[in-house]
Write a protein that binds this ligand. Structure first.
Ligand code: HXC
Length: 510
């Protein structure tokens, strides 16, 4: 081959690698951000990146930078294939042209064919303004593919810069959003428009920074301090997930050998129902290497969700958190847990529920904002889930919340209760007020009468043995045995088959 042909090839790819030029690359670094190519290199197993469309060119004269505003391709994470795109802020602020959209759609289509996750690294000024409706068309094509891929392949969005306007909706449809603190933000309309319309003064960070979406809105699942932290975190997240809905998550041996019985767990849940405790202590005492990969840690902290492994098998954990609001279920907690349950069910990840819940949160604020339909989301999600479902009732399991939290009645597979469990329509105090207030007030010593009624109620109703006698609880176990019981059940359920009746799709209360 002639040297000229070789040089042409090399020159074209060198130009593509420079993106919007050295000055803009330097600016990106000054802002504490990596470039699109640096992000990809750090994310993938060394040397595994296979880029496509590096020479793809915008047809509009004056905008012909090779590759346009995104780098796309395939690679491997811990040896497993992934498709990925990284928006290149050095080219027109990473804005979305039709060319950019076509590149993203191409790798999404391939990911659907081969069944591998799609990772999107977002750093973009939104729709390419000078392209008008073509840019909007480009977004529409991506949204459609995000929706078609939902529940088929995992989709993960890393927000590593601005993400404004329609650009937020593609990440919103994906399964997980990770935001980098201080350098990323997401909003539908920016501070200037808000000022003009509602006269509110708000900064970009307050409006759509990582903390806003991590603590307040629940839009983002993970907050991390830097681009590199986002990358390492996402690699770990992928280790818990299968590549697609037809596969299983990889089984990974624990680093340390863990005894199946752990006597330390016997005293985690206090007998006194008024005493709080951190449910994470129980979770960490049960799972491999105490490694609990928590999801949405900062949002709706009264419920705890996340991934872990038991004997190397990936599991999704949903747990009430008695240390926050006594573990009550409210709108935010119900939505948070429901989406997680549906993710796990879509991707064959068994669900483990740790339950200590006094009920749904009462109050006008909750009712006016739709506690009924939002609580029903969680109920619906657990009802429809056909993956292995295991429930451990540690203490309170009252009222509707008892049913919702993967009770036997909504086809949970194995339900365990500790001797401290209280399974009833409501707690003894409430029951005494409703059923026996007259009897108590007429008594010679009302306090003594009340105490006797409560003791009698607890003895007769608020314990695990009534449910166990009816088969609603399979076994009352000591907390120390939890890991053993769960591990054996997961082994048995490896071949579980269950399904929903054929339908186009259900109508979850949105
Ligand atoms: C074309 C854009 C652009 C855009 C930025 N640039 N956004 N080019 N279309 N949307 C260009 C800039 O002109 C600049 O080019 C370069 O990218 C870097 O931008 P700067 O403004 O210098 O960077 P910075 O100060 O860091 O500010 C970044 C920014 C700001 C906050 C993202 O650029 C911005 O506000 N952009 C517009 C955001 C927006 O309103 N987008 C449309 C949203 S509506 P030069 O050549 O000077 O380096 C939308 C509708 C989609 O997305 C609906 C789908 C359903």
């Amino acid at each position: 081959m002639s040297q000229q042909k070789v040089d042409t090839l090399r020159t074209k790819y060198e130009a593509a690698r420079l993106g919007g030029g050295q000055a803009r690359i330097d600016k990106q670094h000054q802002q504490g951000k990596l470039t699109a190519r640096e992000r990809i290199e750090a994310f993938l197993d060394e040397g595994s990146f296979e880029e496509v469309d590096a020479l793809s060119m915008n047809p509009n004269p004056g905008e012909q930078i090779p590759g346009d505003g995104v780098v796309t391709g395939f690679g491997r994470v811990n040896g497993r294939p992934v498709a990925l795109f990284a928006q290149d802020f050095t080219v027109q602020g990473g804005s979305l042209s039709l060319t950019v959209s076509k590149k993203i759609c191409k790798i999404m289509d391939m990911a659907m064919k081969v069944g591998c996750p799609v990772i999107g690294m977002n750093d973009s000024g939104g729709a390419r303004i000078q392209e008008g409706v073509n840019s909007l068309a480009g977004y529409g094509e991506i949204f459609l593919r995000n929706t078609m891929a939902s529940g088929v392949i995992p989709q993960i969005s890393l927000i590593m810069g601005p993400c404004a306007g329609g650009a937020v909706y593609s990440p919103a449809i994906t399964d997980f959003i990770t935001m980098v603190r201080n350098t990323s933000y997401m909003f539908v309309t920016g501070p200037e428009v808000i000022k003009a319309v509602t006269h509110e003064d708000v900064t970009k960070e307050e409006l759509g920074g990582a903390s806003t979406h991590g603590y307040k809105s629940g839009v983002c699942h993970f907050m991390v301090p830097s681009d590199l932290a986002a990358i390492a975190h996402t690699r770990e997240l992928l280790s818990f997930l299968p590549s697609n809905n037809m596969g299983e998550a990889p089984r990974r041996a624990a680093l340390n050998e863990i005894p199946l019985e752990n006597p330390d767990l016997d005293n985690v849940a206090p007998e006194d129902p008024a005493k709080p405790y951190d449910m994470r202590l129980l979770i960490k005492g049960v799972v491999d290497d105490s490694n609990f990969f928590e999801v949405m840690e900062a949002y709706a902290q009264n419920v705890v969700i996340g991934f872990a492994r038991i004997e190397g098998r990936s599991v999704g954990i949903v747990a009430n958190q008695p240390a926050v609001l006594a573990g009550v279920l409210d709108i935010s907690a119900s939505e948070k847990a429901a989406r997680f349950v549906r993710f796990c069910d879509a991707f064959n990840i068994p669900l483990i529920v740790f339950e200590d819940v006094p009920g749904f949160l009462p109050g006008t604020h909750q009712e006016y904002n739709g506690l009924i339909k939002n609580g029903a989301k969680l109920l619906y999600a657990f009802c429809e889930a056909t993956v292995p479902k295991l429930t451990v009732i540690t203490r309170k399991a009252y009222g509707g919340a008892y049913i919702v939290m993967a009770s036997k009645h909504i086809r949970s597979d194995f339900n365990y209760a500790y001797p401290t469990a209280e399974i009833a329509v409501m707690g003894a105090e409430g029951a005494a007020n409703i059923l026996y207030s007259k009897e108590i007030s007429k008594a010679e010593d009302p306090a003594a009468k009340r105490a006797q009624i409560i003791a009698d109620y607890n003895e007769r109703l608020a314990n695990p043995y009534v449910a166990a006698s009816l088969g609603y609880v399979d076994e009352v176990i000591m907390p120390r045995e939890t890991r053993k019981k769960l591990a054996r059940a997961l082994g048995l359920l490896e071949t579980k088959r269950d399904q929903a009746p054929p339908k186009k799709h259900g109508n979850i209360p949105l």
